[in-house]
Design a protein around this ligand. Structure first.
Ligand code: MN
Ligand code: MN
Length: 315
């Protein structure tokens, strides 16, 4: 358990947060019917690098009933349909200090209330957020806000604590009142993301058969690797460490086919974690807003909203 965040660490977290917020808004602005996900993600990721950050995970463009984990990859590139509900989820790190943030664009103009349910739930959490708050209370506030708006949260998608070079650092923050979490509390110092997913569907996601995002799980003993697998893994270790990546970023290491084959081999050997595309179980539409928060003893900072401070409330 860490004591506290140093000045230099906080500076990096705020800088990552600023770049992530700008990249998210830029991505949301260029989302347009007929445009390819690869164009949007390419621009967003370029923006991050040009402003001094690194992507903490591939830019996610999840469309309509796709809730999360969609990014264009080798041989995979969605075209944004007319009237789509599009989530732009962006991660940035500086020296391993991560910011994670998302916004949703409604190209139809007729799903404003769905978006509002997610946005309002995030705001409602900010009103009760304080050192020592229970995870149960966060879930309860999200659930009741969404219910009031006529929607439900996705129960098997969670906010999460964040560590250095770790997008998910072990604690899941529920989007509904999960009884078992009543004893679990957020205590400073802590970095975490809150991301209420709202839907008009069944309220949970299922894994699709497609995977476009992976992460390195660390070397397990002495697994025998092929020459190409070795080359690809060495590159992943150096460039992304344990952060999520997409095969799209490995283009050029070998032919597209060889890169995909190496990835498949590394997954089978247990060296890579897969993050399949997640789809709403009832094919409902999904909206998501997300911010990253740094909870310190005396204040809570929204790193992905200009470092704005939330006054912790008593109680
Ligand atoms: Mn995110
Ligand atoms: Mn997140």
């Amino acid at each position: 358990m860490r004591e506290e965040y140093g000045e230099d660490e906080i500076r990096k977290l705020l800088e990552a947060g600023q770049i992530a917020a700008e990249a998210r808004d830029y991505g949301a602005r260029i989302v347009e019917a007929g445009r390819r996900a690869s164009e949007v993600c390419g621009e967003v990721e370029k923006y991050i690098v040009e402003h001094g950050g690194r992507p903490a995970f591939p830019c996610n463009i999840s469309i309509n009933e796709v809730a999360a984990h969609y990014t264009p990859s080798i041989g995979e590139d969605a075209v944004i349909p007319e009237g789509a509900v599009v989530k732009v989820d962006v991660g940035v790190h500086i020296d391993g200090y991560i910011a994670d943030t998302a916004a949703t664009v409604d190209l139809s103009g007729s799903h404003a209330r769905l978006l509002e349910a997610s946005r309002a739930a995030l705001e409602a959490v900010e009103h009760v957020l304080r050192p020592g708050i229970s995870l149960y209370e966060i879930g309860r506030v999200i659930y009741s806000t969404m219910k009031r708006h006529g929607f439900k949260p996705i129960r098997n998608l969670y906010g999460h604590t964040i560590g250095r070079y770790l997008v998910h650092a072990g604690v899941s923050i529920p989007n509904y009142p999960e009884r078992a979490m009543i004893v679990l509390r957020l205590r400073p110092p802590k970095l975490f993301a809150i991301e209420p997913f709202a839907t008009n569907g069944r309220g949970h996601v299922v894994e699709s058969s497609k995977t476009m995002i992976y992460s390195y799980r660390g070397r397990k003993g002495r697994t025998a690797l092929g020459q190409l697998e070795e080359r690809v893994l060495t590159y992943i270790e150096r460039e992304y460490k344990t952060l999520p990546f997409t095969p799209r970023w490995l283009r050029g290491l070998a032919s597209d086919e060889e890169v995909l084959m190496a990835i498949r081999g590394l997954v089978l050997k247990g060296l890579l974690e897969s993050y399949p595309v997640l789809v709403e179980a009832g094919r409902g539409l999904v909206a998501q807003f997300e911010n990253t928060y740094l909870m310190l003893k005396d204040k809570i900072i929204v790193t992905t909203r200009g470092g704005e401070e939330i006054e912790p409330r008593k109680g």
